[in-house]
Ligand binder design. Structure first.
Ligand code: R5P
Length: 299
């Protein structure tokens, strides 16, 4: 039998009203506790931003340059990311279960680069998302694509399943070759994805009026990196995106195809979380690269 609590001096602090703390993330105040807690594991509550590392490219294009050996090339980067965007196949086969980084699971798939990419279906059951303790799921939405409605439906089904268990959905604006990545198109796609329930939207950056894309999207927007650029250009793009209202980045090739991925990741972190200017971030990158020419040694 437990002992009775015999302590005389109990501290009820009757003079201190219990506070209700507003959730810090844009558009996310009305979610249930589990959903907010998952989002707070991805977006830093102090900066409100996130650095996600996307390594899911193999799900449609096979062994992408830089991702041939995820165990060798990518696992050393994991301690420096806020979360990892990855397929369940790679999670189970390569990522150690002791990994601390939250996992976003790629949840759509189907066609390879040899076919129409918009012909995707849901590729993960919500049971497996929970089994893998994922922090969220990501799904492509091809607004204007051949299979637009199907991909929107993939997303809304995942949103329904995610709401049941507190799992956020990252809706990705997937742009086919025929579509222009301007603010008008990206604004349309981001808004549709958010209106239909995604808790986070991932989209490409555009030089002009990207601030209108983020302003008109009622939930956090994270910037996708796109093809490999010179480090300074990638840092400028990340800087401009967050200054224009993005809540962080979900970059892949511009990090893992850099000749010093950890240095690049650290530089991107400074840009995203501390508003470091791109020229200073490049100096940091160069310094870190000189210290570790192989670019993979943990600090
Ligand atoms: C789309 O969601 C892709 O699978 C990648 O996650 C995305 O393109 C981000 O990677 P990258 O920065 O290389 O474009």
């Amino acid at each position: 039998m437990p002992e009775a609590d015999a302590t005389e001096a109990k501290l009820y602090h009757q003079d201190i009203p219990q506070r209700n703390t507003a959730f810090f993330l844009k558009g996310s105040g009305a979610y249930d506790w589990g959903m907010q807690n998952r989002l707070a594991r991805v977006f830093a509550p102090d900066s409100g931003r996130a650095v996600m590392l996307a390594i899911d490219h193999g799900y449609f294009q096979g062994p992408t340059t830089g991702l041939e050996r995820i165990d060798v090339n990518i696992l050393p980067l994991v301690p420096y990311v806020d979360s990892l965007f990855v397929t369940r196949g790679i999670v189970r086969s390569v990522v150690p279960a002791a990994t601390r980084a939250p996992i976003w699971l790629r949840a759509s798939g189907g066609p390879s680069i040899l076919k129409d990419l918009s012909d995707e279906q849901i590729a993960v059951d919500i049971d497996d998302v929970l089994r893998l303790n994922a922090v969220g799921v990501g799904v492509q939405v091809f607004i204007g694509g051949e299979h637009e409605t199907q991909t929107v439906h993939n997303m809304t089904r995942l949103v329904d399943q995610g709401l049941r268990y507190g799992v956020p959905v990252l809706g990705v604006t997937a742009v086919g070759r025929e579509l222009t990545r301007d603010a008008r198109y990206l604004g349309l796609a981001c808004r549709i994805i958010a209106e239909l329930g995604a808790q986070v939207v991932k989209t490409y950056y555009c030089e002009e009026d990207f601030d209108t894309v983020t302003a008109a999207c009622p939930v956090p927007v994270v910037m996708a990196g796109g093809k490999k650029l010179a480090e300074l250009d990638a840092l400028k793009m990340a800087y401009n995106a967050v200054q224009a209202g993005a809540a962080g980045v979900d970059m892949g090739r511009n990090i893992f195809q850099s000749d010093s991925p950890i240095a690049m990741l650290k530089a991107v972190r400074k840009v995203v979380h501390e508003n470091m200017r791109p020229d200073h971030a490049l100096e940091l990158f160069e310094t870190l690269r000189r210290e570790d020419p192989a670019g993979l040694a943990p600090a």
